[in-house]
Ligand binder design. Structure first.
Ligand SMILES: Nc1nc2c(ncn2[C@@H]2O[C@H](COP(=O)(O)OP(=O)(O)OP(=O)(O)O)[C@@H](O)[C@H]2O)c(=O)[nH]1
Ligand SMILES: [Mg+2]
Length: 221
């Protein structure tokens, strides 16, 4: 009972800060994506593919969340995109307060799109709103078709689910059809995009979806 009360308090406090972050993003006119996945599913690889295709038309910024190291921010900066690394130490997700603090030193001025790459974790990040417009999930297909049913929260929260590493499906023996059906069962509304960040297969459909989402948000502001 006490544990439930405490968790509710933490999530309520987070929600208030997430609203403040959202107001800040709206004021600056920046569209914000919270990119989540289990460790190593391909978030940074997807970001690299996305940046290469989008950077001519949209000004992009990235906030990276990891327990340790600046590896991912370094990969993004190498593409000429401003990136800030948040290192959480032992905390397995980003929360709204971490983003609020990061915004004190990371300028949103002139940005069209901010992508926040969350800490690699299949559960906790989905519980914490950051003030984003959209949550997007990357899932590594080789982890198995049953995972959406076993770990439903992130699949449920995501507006789009990218099923990455489809180039490895022939070796992993996973049924893409079964995986898609399981994602649909957990989240009938989500956009589902089978992709390979290695070969580039399927990335065009994801890009079209993302651009449509950015433009729809712009029109509604
Ligand atoms: N074969 C194959 N490998 C991929 C693909 N996408 C990513 N990888 C590889 O998977 C590994 C992890 O990719 P990352 O992009 O670093 O994954 P991540 O989700 O950002 O990882 P964390 O930030 O540590 O959680 C790297 O070795 C990538 O090269 C893909 O589509 N196919
Ligand atoms: Mg990464």
């Amino acid at each position: 009972m006490h544990r439930i009360v405490t968790e509710t308090g933490i999530l309520d406090a987070n929600e208030k800060l997430a609203v403040e972050n959202r107001d800040c993003f709206r004021e600056k006119g920046v569209f914000v994506v919270n990119l989540m996945s289990a460790p190593g599913a391909g978030k940074t690889s997807l970001l690299e593919q996305t940046i290469l295709r989008l950077r001519g038309d949209y000004r992009i910024g990235v906030i990276e969340g990891d327990l340790m190291t600046t590896c991912d921010a370094d990969r993004i900066r190498a593409l000429g995109v401003p990136a800030m690394q948040i290192t959480t130490g032992t905390v397995c997700h980003l929360d709204a307060q971490m983003i609020s603090r990061a915004l004190r030193s990371f300028s949103l001025d002139g940005l069209d799109l901010l992508v926040i790459e969350n800490v690699g974790n299949l559960v906790c990040p989905a519980e914490f709103n950051l003030g984003e417009d959209l949550k997007v999930m990357v899932f590594s297909t080789v982890e198995g078709a049953e995972k959406p049913k076993k770990y439903p929260l992130m699949f449920h929260e995501a507006a789009a689910v990218l099923l990455n590493k489809i180039d490895l499906i022939p070796y992993a023996g996973v049924s893409l059809e079964e995986l898609c059906n399981n994602v649909r069962e957990v989240n009938p509304e989500a956009g589902i995009f089978p992709v390979s960040c290695r070969s580039g297969e399927g990335i065009t459909d994801w890009m079209e979806w993302l651009i449509r989402s950015i433009e729809a948000a712009r029109r509604s502001r």
